[in-house]
Design a protein around this ligand. Structure first.
Ligand code: HEC
Length: 164
């Protein structure tokens, strides 16, 4: 199977714009005191605990429903066109639902936590560095574009998709 090649210069500009649009939509809704926008997405990124500059190595928002909602807004604006609706992989890029999925079956609590932390680190690194293979940019790097809060909100959204 061949992977599509993306014209990355236009893409980075477009994605930076989409991020800015999503963040400013969140801020606008926040400023207006709105609970949700027209599509039903809640403006919650600003409600999440601020995380500071030092990057966490595991998702500090795991289990926080507000982070899932904020992640959904960001996901739809920036990731869905490649990774598909609900991170299903029905698009040119793979599913994100499986990252760390098997950790749920780990019985030992300490090991389970390590397993999830490894999955988080893989997610964080993939998002920040993007996917550049043999000089071809399959996914743009988001370092310097997405704040830490957004990355972990995205992780929270993605890891709760596809669950029964
Ligand atoms: C232009 C298309 C494109 C966009 C936009 C995009 N990605 Fe990707 N992403 C890809 C491709 C293609 C891969 C697989 C690259 C590979 O396997 O080498 C990938 C891989 C990943 C991986 C690693 C998957 C794994 O199983 O190891 C993660 C995590 C990821 N993307 C998250 C995101 C998030 C979060 C966003 C939105 C902020 C995003 N991506 C936006 C194309 C994209």
């Amino acid at each position: 199977m061949t992977r599509p090649v993306f014209p990355h210069v236009r893409l980075v500009a477009a994605t930076a714009f989409a991020i800015a649009a999503a963040l400013s939509a969140l801020q606008t809704a926040q400023a207006a005191g709105a609970a949700s926008d027209a599509s039903g997405n809640t403006s919650v990124l600003a409600d999440l605990p601020a995380l500071g500059a030092a990057w966490r190595t595991e998702n500090p928002y795991r289990g926080d429903a507000r982070a899932v909602l904020a992640g959904e807004v960001l996901y739809r604006a920036n990731c869905q066109r490649c990774h598909g609706e609900e991170a299903s992989g029905r698009g040119p890029a793979p599913t994100l639902q499986l990252i760390g999925r098997f950790c749920r079956r780990v019985g030992d609590a300490g090991l389970k936590r390590r397993c999830l932390a490894d999955a988080d680190e893989h997610f964080r690194r993939s998002v920040l560095k993007g996917k550049v293979l043999l000089g071809v940019e399959h996914m743009p790097p988001w370092e310097g574009i997405l704040p830490q809060e957004a990355v972990w909100a995205l992780r929270s959204y993605v890891e709760t998709r596809g669950r029964k």
